[in-house]
Design a protein around this ligand. Structure first.
Ligand code: PLP
Length: 371
């Protein structure tokens, strides 16, 4: 007879999901109510209001998509890109590649601007790409590349898009809640995130926000949005304002309790304090790793505090060390991806996992395992 599943209690210091606080898990276990219950709708309005605060936006179209970050990404492209549209996509890691796939699948023409994995997106290359091509509809890039631990200059990149009358589409899956992000201040037109990184929620929900300009682009499409589920015109019938909500899909009620609780916790801490906490623990981790002779892949100025890509010391068996950390310390760190597989570890300090306790645990566990 199959028995109930009881997962081991791990410390999650990989590229996500990150540790979920007991408060968020407890919120998730509260009684399920109807997704059109007036009390649920009241909670939805609070979720929207808090997302607006943390994205730093007044965008009316700000809501959580009932699916993971990849669906938030797809929601941006499927709504904004039509066949024949030209889109500049920046790729400096795994997730820029996924953006390119989206553009191509929705019939767009992708102009790829590539930078080496582990470096930030080159603002100069993006300017050159705009200079070399007419009628660019959008610029798409990843703010925080989880595959490498690089932060790109989202403010400067969005300014280039604006100067060229193009939309900006920004991946903030790993940045929201961990590093500075200012949707209205930087003029971002479409942005998506994920719950499982610096918001420290279980995976499976993707907060998105569209500027009024982006909403107009969707409303004036020549062709219908080719996805029924992700068509913002339809989803907003459920998530829109005014208290009038119509059934679109059955919302993941308990997962939204979790998101609500994690946003309440972020409100209590203060967004800027959360950014500072990530930076503080990153610096402590860096000091400890460097003392062990372990160096960073990314230049200091472009490092994400919440995702530390560090070189695996010469002669060390990558998989064996990660397996030992899991077995002996219940500690998960991430492997390298693509060309960086076997060369780097990705050590996450995301959301609730960005604590002094975790920094000490990770340093101690690594030191003992490598000894
Ligand atoms: N974009 C970035 C930068 C990510 O790190 C991830 C997930 O790790 C995604 C998109 C996709 O999110 P999900 O795995 O929730 O679909």
């Amino acid at each position: 007879m199959t028995t109930s599943f009881h997962p081991p209690v791990r410390t999650l210091m990989g590229p996500g999901p990150s540790d979920v606080s007991p408060r968020v898990l407890a919120a998730m276990a509260r009684p399920t109510i109807g997704h059109l219950d007036p009390e649920f709708i009241r909670m939805m309005d609070e979720v929207k209001a808090m997302l607006k605060t943390f994205f730093k936006t007044d965008n009316e179209l700000t809501m959580p998509i009932s699916a993971p970050g990849s669906a938030g990404m797809e929601a941006c492209f499927v709504n904004l890109i039509e066949p024949g549209d030209k889109v500049i996509v920046c790729q400096n890691g795994v997730f820029g590649g996924r953006m390119k796939e989206n553009v191509v699948r929705f019939g767009g023409e992708c102009i790829l601007v590539e930078d080496e994995w582990g470096t930030a997106i080159s603002v100069e290359k993006v300017k050159a790409a705009f200079a070399a091509h007419d009628n660019i509809k959008a610029l798409a890039f990843v703010h925080a590349e989880t595959s490498t631990g690089v932060r790109s200059d989202a403010k400067a990149l969005c300014k280039i898009a604006q100067d060229n009358n193009a939309l900006s589409i920004v991946d903030a899956v790993t940045s929201l809640g961990g590093v500075e992000l200012d949707v209205d201040g930087w003029g971002i037109d479409a942005i998506y995130s994920g719950t499982q990184k610096c918001l420290s929620c279980p995976p499976g929900i993707s907060p998105v926000s569209f500027s009024d300009k982006a909403v107009d682009v969707v409303k004036n499409r020549k062709t219908p949005v080719p996805s029924w589920f992700l068509d913002t015109n339809l989803v907003m019938g459920y998530w829109g304002g005014g208290g009038k909500r119509a059934y679109h899909h059955t919302a993941p009620v308990n997962s939204l309790y979790a998101l609500h609780e994690s946003l309440v916790m972020l409100e209590e801490e203060g967004l800027e304090n959360a950014w500072a906490r990530h930076q503080k623990h990153h610096l402590a981790l860096r000091a400890g790793l460097e003392a062990m002779g372990i160096g960073f892949l990314v230049d200091e100025a472009d490092r994400l505090p919440q995702l530390n890509s560090v070189y695996i010391p010469e002669g060390v068996d990558d998989a064996a060390v990660r397996a030992a950390l899991l077995k002996n310390y219940n500690l998960e760190i991430g492997a390298g991806l693509g060309a960086l597989a076997g060369k780097v570890w990705r050590i996450g300090l995301m959301g609730s996992a960005a604590t002094q306790r975790n920094v000490m645990l990770c340093l101690d566990a690594l030191e003992n395992t490598l000894a």
